[in-house]
Design a protein around this ligand. Structure first.
Ligand code: CDP
Ligand code: MG
Length: 724
């Protein structure tokens, strides 16, 4: 009945559905239009909607614009659409928006595609490392800041873009900082016509951003691409949630900054009386207190990482089961970077009627994504941050107190839709001791990756580069030294040919790129490709607490006495073989079912393995383009281990009499992580992939090597001094 009100139509269909168990087309259509209507309403009510015209005018009249706005005001989702509608991506040009986090790029792109009523990958798409959904019709492209930096290697003027929006600039990731410096130069170059001389003069004038001198062929081909072309000017927009636009404005020579008024309701801040000894325990107590004593409204909990989130989730579920049935109506959801995107999207859905949503999030929910419905925030006051010790050259993730700015952002999440409450799990006196804002990442990370990229872009003088905040010269020197040791740079700190160029082309940490390049000489590139793919994903072993013994037994059938790297290869190959076999003559559903069963029996995380297969395919493509020979060493794991030693020589450690290890390059004392095949039987000398600092200094993914190989395979580093 066409005149029937949507509500009535839906109800009658619902009862039918219950009978035949299907959702009718009518029902879907009603749901579709209802959602479309809801989204249109939501968009209209965003604070940014009322200033659309003014913002577009500001962008038209300023080549650099800084936009500061309260989180949730609609900057990330709306501004690109405003600019698109205003025709700021004419002639097939693209509006690019960078995000520090993959999750944000993906979730926002999906949302915006839906708002525009288009399929993801058409007008709106995203591109992150190893996952590109864009097409030639994409005009609004969300991506990570790291990805745009990589694009600059192939297209130094970023000529595909008419507008680049650096979003979440206040996060000051190392990629954002480097991009800002680069874009400043690119923008100047793009304001004039390109010809060989003007180009180089102009570039020289701009922070030494020269074309690659060493590689004439590359230089000629890039120049050919651009010569005589007058590139359209590039609009640059810096967006930030924090109120301090001054630093960005000063950096861009007094660029104009505009504020988008947000809508913020009052938030009651509650502190604990005493410091908490166990913040996870305190989190649980507070969570249940809110749930049982406070009125309706969703709860957002800030935790430091995936493991912590998963363990809190289990504990919440356990406790919930002990409550009377009426009090069990809680939907626990989580959001962190490595969560698959379908799961991430669930946090944006409203909870079922009568249920309270509890969202366990990392600092991603501070400003990157806005989750509707939050009334209560629990902030234990910690965050996982990268730290780098230039002295030892070791980088690690550690849990540190948040800054004041972060604490304020977190509490702000409770007051988006009405008055809220924020429970800070520390005394008020502690708040005063927090630092005002987070130290930019460039001051606390290993710089070898960005230095390699800058070198490939022709920026020779790293210290002289126009950074918004200069990295410490000690860290720069240490990273340059590392790149020399890996053979990516010559003794004069120039990109080496071909190794340095090859390493810069691979979208991997320099040490992984080195391992791949070396593996082609050791005839084990097939094995190293698998290893690098497996090391690039989260753990492939699934260890549920309640079935720990079973999981350990299952893992044993893959474990290799040689180490964790060969074990990872064995898992990958077993998965691959099973998939191939299962594919033969079976339908897709059947294959899927078999695979799920296989993974369950073997305690394997199938998502991680699929991800590894994807990454493998993509790096393989890069490697093939470089013309390296992909051969297997077969059963000769000796060859493979020697190759690992030749690449990871800086991560070599020697066993000490007490069963711990000493890292040869730094003198750091470490222990083997419990997940390793060597947790119990400890070899004399090892190389490891990763240094993890938790309650102990652990090293993860360990393979045994022969101590004598080090001087033989890495003579540039190990002379007889280490051979005592
Ligand atoms: O960037 P900013 O923090 O200013 O806001 P935004 O990310 O553009 O979000 C604007 C609105 O869109 C918020 O109210 C979100 O709740 C909503 N949104 C959503 O419902 N689902 C998403 N995946 C992203 C945003
Ligand atoms: Mg945003």
């Amino acid at each position: 009945m066409p005149s029937m009100a949507p509500g009535g139509a839906k109800n009658s269909n619902q009862s039918n559905n219950q009978l035949n168990g299907k959702v009718s087309n009518d029902d879907r259509r009603v749901e579709f239009f209802a959602r479309k209507h809801r989204i249109a309403q939501q968009r209209k009510s965003l604070p940014i909607a009322s200033v659309e015209k003014r913002l577009v005018e500001e962008v038209r009249s300023n080549n650099i614009l800084i936009i500061v706005g309260e989180t949730g005001s609609g900057k990330t989702t709306q501004l690109p659409q405003f600019l698109f509608n205003a025709g700021l991506c004419h002639d097939g040009k693209v509006i690019g928006i960078t995000q520090p986090r993959r999750v944000a790029a993906v979730s926002v792109a999906k949302r915006v595609a839906e708002e525009c009523g288009v399929q993801l990958g058409q007008r709106v798409g995203y591109s992150i490392r190893f996952d590109d959904t864009t097409s030639s019709s994409t005009r609004i492209k969300y991506m990570t800041d790291g990805l745009l930096l990589r694009e600059a290697l192939l297209d130094p003027y970023l000529s595909r873009y008419s507008v680049i929006i650096i979003d979440e600039a206040h996060e000051r990731t190392v990629h954002t900082d480097v991009l800002l410096g680069l874009l400043k130069s690119v923008q100047k170059v793009r304001s004039g016509p390109i010809n060989e001389c003007a180009n180089i003069d102009c570039m020289k004038a701009n922070n030494g951003l020269l074309m690659e001198k060493e590689n004439d062929a590359q230089r000629a081909s890039i120049l050919k691409q651009y010569r005589g072309i007058k590139l359209s000017p590039l609009k640059l927009i810096i967006m930030s949630a924090s109120l301090d636009a001054r630093v960005f404005s000063e950096y861009f020579g007094g660029a104009r900054a505009v504020h988008v008024q947000g809508r913020q309701f009052p938030v009651d801040i509650l502190y604990t009386r005493h410091p908490e000894t166990d913040y996870l325990d305190a989190t649980l107590i507070t969570l249940f207190q809110i749930h049982l004593e406070e009125g309706p409204g969703d709860i957002l909990v800030f935790l430091t990482g995936q493991e912590e989130i998963e363990s809190v989730e289990r504990l919440v579920q356990e406790k919930l089961r002990q409550l009377p049935e009426d009090n069990q109506k809680v939907k626990v959801l989580s959001i962190f970077s490595s969560l698959p995107s379908e799961k991430q999207m669930q946090v944006f859905m409203p909870a079922p009627t009568g249920f309270r949503k509890v969202i366990l999030a990392t600092n991603i929910a501070e400003t990157s994504v806005t989750i509707p419905g939050i009334k209560y925030v629990i902030d234990p006051g910690f965050v996982k941050a990268r730290t780098y010790c230039a002295h030892t050259g070791m980088e690690s993730l550690i849990i540190v107190p948040t800054s004041k700015a972060q604490a304020l952002q977190r509490s702000g999440r409770a007051g988006r839709e009405g008055p809220g409450k924020c429970f800070r799990l520390y005394p008020e006196s502690e708040f005063d001791k927090l630092s005002d804002s987070t130290v930019p990442e460039i001051r606390r990370c290993n710089l070898s990756n960005v230095i390699l990229q800058l070198k490939a872009l022709g920026v020779d003088d790293i210290i002289g580069f126009d950074f918004m905040e200069k990295p410490s010269s000690e860290a720069v020197v240490k990273s340059l030294e590392l790149l020399v040791l890996l053979g990516a740079l010559t003794e004069e700190y120039k990109l080496s040919d071909p190794v340095g160029h090859q390493m810069a082309r691979l979208p991997l940490e320099p040490i992984y790129s080195k391992a791949l390049i070396l593996a082609s000489q050791f005839n084990c590139l097939e094995e190293m490709l698998i290893t690098v793919a497996m090391l690039s994903v989260e753990s492939v072993f699934y260890n549920p607490r309640e079935k720990l013994e079973e999981a350990r037994t299952a893992a044993k059938c893959f474990s290799s006495l040689e180490g964790d790297h060969p074990t990872l290869i064995a898992v990958y190959r077993a998965f691959d073989e099973f998939l191939e076999k299962s594919n033969l003559g079976n339908s897709r559903e059947k294959t899927e079912k078999n695979l799920r069963k296989w993974c369950k029996e073997n305690f394997i995380n199938s998502r991680a393995l699929r991800h590894a297969r994807d990454i493998h395919r993509q790096i393989r493509g890069n490697i093939e383009q470089m013309g390296l020979r992909i051969v297997s060493c077969g059963d000769d794991m000796l060859q493979f281990r020697r190759c690992l030693a030749g690449a990871f020589f800086l991560n070599a450690a020697l066993k000490q009499p007490d069963g711990t290890y000493r890292v040869l390059s730094s003198g750091q004392g470490v222990q083997i992580h419990p997940s390793s095949v060597f947790f119990r039987t400890k070899p004399d000398c090892i190389i490891f992939d990763e240094f993890v600092r938790t309650t102990h200094n652990y090293v993860r993914n360990v393979t045994r090597i022969d101590y004598l190989w080090l001087a033989e395979l890495a003579p540039q580093y190990y002379t007889l001094q280490e051979q005592e």
